[in-house]
Design a protein around this ligand. Structure first.
Ligand code: 5GP
Length: 207
């Protein structure tokens, strides 16, 4: 028997980290290696970047549509980040969690702090580059932003670092495969918590 199959409720996993740290690459690697993990596709008011697809990277909506979702209480959390709204649909993730499927959110620090308040059991992971010099190198290497934007992102990263102490785990992305392996190890450790497995030895279906 695979004990994970008997999970009653999925875990809510929050991943945050500065722009340029390589979160999306690490997330793709993790999703490729772990079944029963659902990536929550956020809603945003920003425009799609080259290569981004509706419903895959984000659900792209306009401000009035986003504000309607806020008014209808449809979002688990939302934040304004660099002049755009970003938010997580409550319904989509609730369904998965109720099916015993873990849900992964890629959200920034204000949203993570709201999730922590609403869902104290959520697992918060912060991912950092090996150094600020390396982060700067990666941001320059993208060739998508000018110096001013890069300086802004680095300053934002320094602000975000002040929130790291509120996270449960810290992962260093020096190498994608290693960062992904650490996140998988965290997910496995969460599965193995006694409180998440106690039902295996209680009740009619006890082992
Ligand atoms: P980007 O525009 O580069 O895709 O994302 C900018 C920031 O928004 C990233 O730090 C990303 O983690 C965050 N983000 C993406 N989706 C959400 C969301 O649903 N809620 C919050 N609070 N932040 C999000």
């Amino acid at each position: 028997m695979n004990p994970a199959k008997k999970k009653k409720k999925g875990h809510l996993i929050v991943l945050s980290g500065p722009s340029g740290v390589g979160k999306s690459t690490v997330i793709s690697e993790v999703l490729g290696l772990r079944d029963e993990l659902y990536f929550s596709v956020s809603y945003t008011t920003r425009s799609p970047r080259a290569g981004e697809e509706e419903g895959v990277s984000y659900h792209f909506v306009d401000r009035p549509a986003f504000e309607t979702m806020i008014a209808n209480d449809e979002l688990l959390e939302y934040a304004e980040y660099v002049d755009h709204y970003y938010g997580t649909s409550l319904r989509a993730i609730q369904e998965k969690l109720d099916q015993g499927i873990d849900v992964l959110l890629d959200i920034e620090v204000q949203g993570a702090s709201k999730v922590r308040k609403k869902c104290p059991d959520a697992v918060l992971i912060f991912i950092i580059p090996p150094s600020f010099e390396e982060l700067s190198r990666r941001l320059h290497g993208r060739h998508t932003d000018d110096e001013e934007v890069i300086a802004g992102r680095l300053a934002k990263a320094r602000e975000e670092y002040k929130q790291i102490k509120n996270y449960d785990y810290l992962v260093v992305n020096d190498k994608v495969s290693r960062a992904a392996a650490e996140i998988l190890a965290i997910l496995t450790a969460e599965d193995c918590r006694t409180e998440h497995r106690i039902h295996l030895i209680e009740g009619d279906n006890a082992l």
